[in-house]
Design a protein around this ligand. Sequence first.
Ligand SMILES: [Zn+2]
Length: 260
Amino acid sequence: MSNLIDSHVNFGHELLKNSVSDICKDALENNIERILSINSNIHEFQKDINLIKGFNFVDITLGHHPNNTLDIKPEEIKTLLNENIKKFKDRIVGIGETGLDYHYDIPKNKQIESLEIHLDAASVYNLPCIIHMRDAEEDMIKILTKYSKKIDDILIHCFTGSEEFAKKCIDLGCFFSLSGIITFKNANKLRDTIKILPIKKIIFETDSPYLTPDPLRGKSNKPSYLKIIVEKYCEITGNDYINTCEISTYNYKKLFKIND
Ligand SMILES: [Zn+2]
């Protein structure tokens, strides 16, 4: 069996934070060679980094999710980004998750301000930026176009966008991470769209404990379920499974500058 990398796990989540070691063990036993732990509340970064202490195959990001925008002042995001990047530069491989989520009623201007602070930090520290986008395609494209030349790489995490959005992101050179949503029964449109994404820009994620792939929906998600998502991707696109494992692993290491 070929190895895979889970590029989005929320270890700080209530359902996971007390079993990080068991989840990592289960992941390694199931050919998951690396995991990216996502920080989505910058106030909790210290806790998140403590959770992965000693697990050298777990990378970590630093950022504040758009749904948490109202918890923090812009100056505070800037300060916490700068302080933590300097302090933990050996461990942090990317900025985020950040982004725009217009699904909930959180002021757009506040979300945009926070997103731009993250993109500025990504630019200053030469780190890729992990983007969450929901119902905000137009504004997202405008902002990413403005930043695409200034920052190393952009990852659209848990890609669920339209074909038009996908094409614009491809033009900007973005990476895409595919989640369990591609296995969901009602995701026919998404399954069509992902066929146009270049495989050299694709990585995979579980978004654990969320988005458990079909047919396991209802259970808490974990990294060892990643292969279900990759198998589905291969079924949709006709790509070979082993090839896809190798290419997506290479893509992850290139995107996050992992030399192992
Ligand atoms: Zn997200």
